[in-house]
Design a binder for this molecule. Structure first.
Ligand code: SAH
Length: 377
């Protein structure tokens, strides 16, 4: 009887158990070979597992699914950034981005299908949550992209695609361990980005991992932050800062505060001073500004001017706070959270060609949400 058990997402030990069960009587080392092929050699098909006898390969193909993700659409920008839309076994779609930077190769991956957080400037936020990704679906985004780019070893993984990682805590945690322990990605090179789910920041602190935590702050005051990030009503800035302090105390790891610059909204001198004052006494923090990436969401936001950006950075750093600017690359080409999916999928229609510039993104395109989240007209 065929099973739909999926191997990617399991530890080597778990794969060994699944394989010895599927291939009754096969020795345990066959399971370890399969795990190696998946995690170390990035095999996508049993036929690539040439160290297995032909009959075992055939039986394996019949009885398990190796990996959950397949490519629906791939689009490459001139700078080498490659955007992927990936199909999942149940028909859901997520996006992932491959970002070669010369000295390092980074991938940006999703943790949920959609997102329930509804940040006002974010394309994914308009979609609502369809479901959490499994640990296998999270890890497989990396494996699939590595298989597609065999000569560029992925060194960094950021969970900054679709979804709120800390609302899918157990699967994200398992995925992080698999990426580190099975795929060999350094824990320090794995970044989990959260909008500020305070109880789970505290929980993550207790894991005491060397991963990198990014917190999407976007505003220095509760009034403004609540407008941009609705979760702020539940976990206001003071509580978020306490949690971040507990995190850095425990892990001794620096937290990066993400700050999307929205022209005239949160990029004025007033906010820069407030942000400087907020963070000046916090140990082990830095700010990463991200210029707003125009989306087709009917939000009234504009990109910051270079002058406002420069002034903002100057003021914040005058408080002794380290502030850096996100390299735009993928974001230029509709790769910001949720944009790729929105621009490529339209209700009831087949995939359409993907525009390579955010500014040429077609008007409102939305995939009907499996969760039945209401869609704005
Ligand atoms: N939910 C998590 C991770 C996904 S979003 C979080 O909020 O951190 C990753 C980052 O992209 C967040 O900082 C988010 O605020 C930012 N982002 C979303 N839409 C954007 C846009 N249109 N332009 C620039 N940055 C955006």
């Amino acid at each position: 009887m065929a099973t739909t058990e999926t191997l990617v997402g399991k530890t080597t030990q778990e794969i060994t158990e699944a394989v010895t069960q599927a291939l009754e009587g096969a020795p345990a080392f066959r399971g370890r070979q399969v795990a190696q092929a998946l995690y170390k050699r990035h095999a996508r098909d049993v036929e690539q597992m040439t160290d297995l006898p032909r009959d075992l390969r055939a039986r394996l193909a019949e009885s398990v699914r190796l990996a959950p993700c397949t490519i629906r659409q791939r689009s490459e920008a001139p700078d080498g950034t490659v955007k992927y839309l990936l199909d999942l076994p149940d028909g859901e779609v997520v996006e992932s981005v491959f970002l070669p930077y010369g000295d390092r190769v980074s991938v940006c991956i999703s943790s949920q299908v959609g997102c329930p957080m509804a940040c006002s400037f974010c394309a994914t936020g308009t979609e609502g949550l369809a479901r959490n990704l499994t640990a296998g679906e999270i890890v497989d985004q990396v494996l699939l992209m590595q298989a597609e780019h065999p000569n560029q070893r992925i060194s960094h993984v950021v969970l900054m695609g679709m979804g709120e990682p800390l609302l899918n805590y157990p699967n994200v945690l398992k995925a992080v361990h698999l990426l580190n322990e099975e795929c060999g990605i350094s824990m320090r090179h794995i970044t989990v980005s959260t909008v500020g789910v305070v109880p789970n920041i505290l929980k993550l602190a207790e894991e005491d991992l060397q991963l990198t935590l990014a917190v999407s702050l976007h505003a220095p005051s509760d009034a403004l932050r609540s407008e941009l990030v609705p979760l702020n009503e539940k976990y206001p800035i003071a509580r978020l800062m306490e949690a971040c302090r507990a995190y850095t105390d425990k892990t001794k790891r620096r937290i990066t505060f993400e700050y999307v610059l929205l022209s005239g909204v949160n990029d004025t001198e007033k906010e820069a001073h407030e942000l400087g004052r907020l963070l000046q006494k916090a140990p082990l923090v830095s700010v990463n500004t991200i210029p707003y990436n125009t989306t087709d969401v009917s939000a009234p936001y504009k990109r910051p001017t270079p002058e406002a950006t420069r002034r903002f950075r100057e003021i914040v750093s005058s408080y002794g706070v380290t502030i850096t600017q996100r390299q735009e690359r993928g974001h230029r080409i509709a790769a910001a959270c949720g944009q790729l999916k929105r621009s490529a999928l339209k209700p009831g229609s087949a995939m359409r060609p993907l525009p390579m510039a955010a500014s040429s993104a077609p008007a409102r395109a939305r995939k009907p949400s499996a969760a039945g989240v209401p869609t704005a007209a």
